[in-house]
Structure formats: C-alpha cells, structure tokens
Ligand binder design. Structure first.
Ligand SMILES: [Zn+2]
Length: 229
C-alpha cells in the first residue's frame, strides 16, 4: 500500500520554505503527500488597502500551484485566522480529523519546542506545530477523543509512527534533496506574491540546501528533528 506523508503548516509557503525538497523526494519514491494549511495567510501583504479575502484567495491559488510542482495532493485549507492561531480544541479536532483521514506513516510539521530561529519564530508556527504534535499523540490514536469522527464520519483512529519537525534548532535527521531541490525552488517561486526577487530567492535556497547538506556530509539537504512514537 502507498505510504502517506502528511504535512501540517501554519501558512502558504511554509512548506515550500522548509520541506518541499523532502516531499519531492518522497513522491519520487512512491509516497503520497498531503498538505494541511491552518491559515490561508491573509495578512501576507504590504498593501494596507488590500482586502484580506483577496489575499487569501491569491495565496491559496499559489499554494495549489506549489503542490502541483511536487505532485502533492490538492492542499487542505482550514482557513483559521492568520496571525491568530490558538491552541484550541477546535484546531486539535480539525488536525485529528486530517490525521485519521490520511492515516500517515510520516507526519511533518513545525518544531514548536526548539524552533529556529529560537526567539523570533512566528507565533502561528509555534501554535501549529504544538497542536499538530498533540493531535498526533494521543488524540488521533484514541477513539474516545473526538469520538464523533469515528462514530459518525467513518474515520478510524490512527497512531502516527514517526514525526519530522522542520525549522528546528536541534536537527538530527537530514534528507538528501539532490533530486528534489529544483522542484522545491519552483514550488517556492509559485508563491509569487511572497517573492520580490525570484533569482535572489532561488540562489538563497540553493545556498541554504548546500549549507544544510554540509553539516551532514550530503550535497544538498533539508534538516529535521526526528521523533519516533
Ligand atoms: Zn509561516
């Protein structure tokens, strides 16, 4: 059976910035990749006169394009408020539902415990990662949490065996993205509204992949904190 990698992130472009090279490699190896975006990034504009719903629509379209670049599934948008994610039962339940729907062999999300950069991590990133981890263990596993999902929606509880945390200050797992870097860059550039200088951005992502790889003896890499559950 095809294994699924479920990626949970706060905003459109987070996944492309941190782990789309790994996703591209996994898809090439036969994995299915699904993305959950907690917000649609409607605060991501420098124009104070732009309507948030217009920003959200543009960023969702960019995220869909970015998914196509790495052959991921159509993204799932939870449409919670950008900049105002909270650690709530609502968000926990929404993420538990996606974990039960996709039954992932691997979950990838933000490192909420030792995030990089350590003191200036976006608040939504910390919340998304924390709630994703809580949803993974124990909520998605145990049927009496959000029992209506099991009783009424036909979903099965699911124990996620492994989690990789990106944007971690304590990485211990490196993925060779030599075959995925170009797809990652194209996917990141799909977020055109978040890109002022595409050439400079592409160069910086290549440099970062080289530097990360250097730390692990790999040509090009993305780094994670790996948890086995
Ligand atoms: Zn973000």
């Amino acid at each position: 059976m095809q294994s699924t990698c479920l990626v949970i992130a706060a905003h459109p472009d987070d996944i492309e910035s941190w782990c789309a090279g790994t996703v591209a490699v996994l898809v090439r190896q036969g994995w299915r990749a699904a993305y959950v975006l907690c917000t649609s990034g409607e605060k991501g504009t420098s124009n104070p006169n732009e309507a948030p719903e217009d920003v959200a629509a543009r960023r969702e379209a960019e995220q869909r394009e970015a998914c196509h670049c790495v052959s991921a599934e159509e993204p799932i948008f939870l449409r919670l408020p950008d900049g105002a994610l909270e650690d709530t039962s609502e968000l926990r339940g929404l993420l538990v539902r996606e974990i039960r729907r996709w039954q992932p062999a691997l979950l990838i999300t933000h490192d909420p415990v030792h995030p990089w950069p350590p003191y200036t991590t976006h608040r939504d990133h910390r919340i998304a990662g924390r709630v994703a981890l809580d949803a993974t263990y124990p909520y998605a596993r145990d049927p009496l949490h959000f029992p209506e999902q099991v009783r009424d929606e036909g979903l099965q509880p699911h124990a996620v065996p492994e989690v990789w945390l990106f944007s971690s200050d304590q990485p211990d797992h490196y993925v060779d993205i030599s075959s995925g870097l170009e797809a990652k860059i194209v996917a990141r550039l799909a977020h055109a509204s978040q890109t002022s200088d595409p050439d400079a951005l592409a160069a910086s992502w290549r440099r970062r992949a080289e530097e990360t790889g250097h730390a692990a003896g790999l040509p090009l890499a993305e780094a994670f904190k790996r948890l086995t559950l």
